[in-house]
Design a protein around this ligand. Structure first.
Ligand SMILES: NC(=O)C1=CN([C@@H]2O[C@H](COP(=O)(O)OP(=O)(O)OC[C@H]3O[C@@H](n4cnc5c(N)ncnc54)[C@H](O)[C@@H]3O)[C@@H](O)[C@H]2O)C=CC1
Ligand SMILES: O=C(CO)COP(=O)(O)O
Length: 323
């Protein structure tokens, strides 16, 4: 595929020096997309022999695609690196930090506040991207020029990129749907049917929006690719690791066995615990996520979770619920 044949690409576009941090499934897919667009791409991982600080010295763009447990360590290393003054940072992680309850972008902003930060999130199952299947994503930033630059470096015939001015909303859409994918995987594993699955996804979107609004996000962001879009992708695909964990639990596996049988990181397990701490403190009603959390902690069985959700008080279909 020829990058220059993309009619949307501005004429002043030039290939960039890009470092991708993280050589897991997502970092590899990101590097694959950028290589297809003829950028100078290097991947850094904990196994690399070159120190991260040396590798990023000439980078125009640095993209972090590590799991949440690595984000703070990576950002801390970059604090003392000799970064280009105009470097753009991109966060592609979907998770929440247990110790601080922070999102990845909040960690990046707190440690490296002077550089423009872009959040990349959307319905982006890495295996489909690696297979060249058509995909869309969102790049969100408070710095429109940075979002546009990242849009341009990624955009291709197979990868359509939208900008968005609500980074926290875009980030939370991708992060919180992982908890719901565990619920929907369990729903499918129990063969509860399409009505149940549809109800779970739809009611979950409302609770995701409640949390998003608490973080200062725009509700309409969650109707887009990084909210509803990623919910649909992750809850409808056995490629999703989070879905796989829920499905395996419904097959009778313990959480430990479900995680062990899943290749790669299922962030939703950790996210469920952190999310509950946030929602308990802020009194946000997230019934589906709460049942997932209790299930993962072994406090209830899957059958009790299903019954508990169906037995809740009758109410209006409202976003405003606070109980
Ligand atoms: N695989 C996918 O389809 C997508 C994944 N994501 C998100 O990207 C993140 C990474 O996911 P995957 O690559 O799929 O997981 P993975 O399990 O395949 O890879 C995780 C990566 O994080 C690195 N890492 C973990 N802990 C670290 C630490 N303490 N210090 C430095 N590096 C560390 C690992 O070395 C590895 O490179 C997750 O937050 C995930 O939710 C987002 C979109 C799509
Ligand atoms: O975020 C993803 C797709 O957008 C990947 O989902 P899993 O982490 O559940 O595999």
């Amino acid at each position: 595929m020829n990058l220059l044949s993309n009619p949307d690409r501005p004429s002043e576009y030039v290939p960039q020096n890009i470092t991708v941090i993280g050589a897991g499934a997502w970092g590899s897919a990101i590097a694959f997309l950028l290589n297809q667009n003829h950028h100078q791409v290097q991947i850094w991982s904990r196994q690399s022999e070159v120190p991260l600080s040396a590798m990023v010295a000439d980078s125009d763009v640095i993209i972090s695609a590590v799991s949440i447990k690595g984000v703070r360590a990576i950002a801390t290393q970059l604090q003392t690196a000799n970064l280009r003054p105009d470097v753009i940072l991109v966060s592609a992680t979907k998770g929440l930090e247990p110790a601080t309850l922070a999102t990845p972008s909040q960690i990046w902003r707190s440690l490296l506040p002077v550089y423009p930060l872009v959040v990349l999130s959307g319905p982006n199952l890495s295996k489909e991207i690696m297979a060249g299947q058509p995909t869309a994503t969102v790049v969100a930033s408070e710095h429109p020029h940075a979002a546009q630059l990242v849009q341009n470096i990624f955009a291709s015939r197979n990868f359509r990129v939208y900008t968005n001015p609500d980074p926290i909303g875009v980030e939370l859409g991708g992060t919180l749907k992982n908890v719901i994918a565990i619920a929907v995987g369990a729903c499918d594993g129990l063969n509860l049917g399409t009505n149940a699955k549809s109800a779970l996804i739809t009611r979950s979107l409302i609770e995701i929006i409640r949390v998003g609004v608490f973080f200062g996000a725009q509700p309409e962001t969650f109707w887009g690719l990084s909210g509803l879009g990623d919910l649909l992708a992750t809850c409808n695909s056995s490629l999703s690791r989070n879905y796989q964990v829920g499905y395996a639990i419904a097959q009778g596996k313990s959480l430990e066995a479900a995680i062990a049988s899943t290749v790669g990181t299922a962030e939703g397990v950790n996210t469920a615990h952190v999310l509950m701490e946030i929602c308990d403190r802020a009194q946000i009603s997230v019934p589906v996520s709460r049942y997932v959390h209790r299930l993962l902690r072994g406090e209830i069985t899957l059958q009790q979770a299903v019954e508990g959700l169906m037995d809740r008080d009758l109410k209006a279909e409202s976003l405003q619920e606070h109980s």
